[in-house]
Design a protein around this ligand. Structure first.
Ligand SMILES: O=P(O)(O)OC[C@H]1O[C@H](OP(=O)(O)OP(=O)(O)O)[C@H](O)[C@@H]1O
Ligand SMILES: Nc1nc2[nH]cnc2c(=O)[nH]1
Length: 182
């Protein structure tokens, strides 16, 4: 994870109403995302994840490019949890909160009994992932594995649940630096 580690020390940090928000190629598409970095991450996720699943699931927006590359690599189909409703039959809405925002998301084309790998760029408060897991559970899908690139250290909404998240790197972000926890 050499490139990933290096990239963290070059990433700007901005203030979102007191929340130290990392601006990173994988999590924002800014600064520019080098293919070598994306490749390193996809190899890392491929090694870390349970790939014996029916579908890869990624929340819009910044899980999409990681999950797309993983889908191309593994031939496992991809479902994106969108921030927009299509009004399709069986669409499942959810409400998610992060440390700086809240919004609705919408799940389509996940069925009871599907074995799922959830992929996202970053886990922080766990608000997004907890709402997604609860909604997928409600559908009757099996969450086989959850893999994120970065996990910010601290309390998470997943702490009191049975869901386990694998991260490629655990980090802390304060207002002027990123620390990597090995
Ligand atoms: O653990 P949490 O506190 O919930 O934060 C993690 C979520 O925050 C980001 O998404 P965001 O809602 O900012 O949307 P984006 O992917 O469109 O940038 C990130 O991609 C995760 O999905
Ligand atoms: N890009 C980005 N997304 C986040 N989601 C939750 N925290 C963060 C953050 O610090 N940076």
């Amino acid at each position: 994870m050499e490139k990933l580690r290096e990239s963290l020390h070059e990433a700007p940090i901005i203030d979102k109403d007191g929340y130290a928000y990392l601006v990173h190629p994988l999590s924002n598409g800014v600064p520019m995302l080098e293919p070598e970095l994306l490749r390193e991450v996809v190899v890392g996720v491929t090694r870390a994840a349970d790939l014996d699943v029916d579908k890869i699931v990624a929340p819009e927006a910044m899980g999409i490019h990681i999950a797309t590359a993983l889908s191309l690599q593994t031939d496992i189909p991809l479902v994106v949890i969108r921030k927009r409703s299509y009004g399709l039959n069986d669409e499942v809405p959810l409400h998610k909160t992060t440390g700086y925002s809240e919004s609705e998301m919408f799940i389509n084309d996940i069925e009871a009994g599907d074995d799922l790998l959830i992929v996202d760029d970053l886990l922080s408060t766990g608000g997004t992932m907890a709402s997604i897991c609860e909604a997928l559970d409600g559908i009757g899908a099996n969450i086989s594995d959850i893999v994120v690139v970065f996990r910010k250290q601290g309390d998470s909404a997943l702490d009191d649940t049975d869901y386990e998240v694998t991260s490629l790197l655990d980090i802390s972000v304060d207002h002027d630096s990123v620390t990597i926890h090995d």
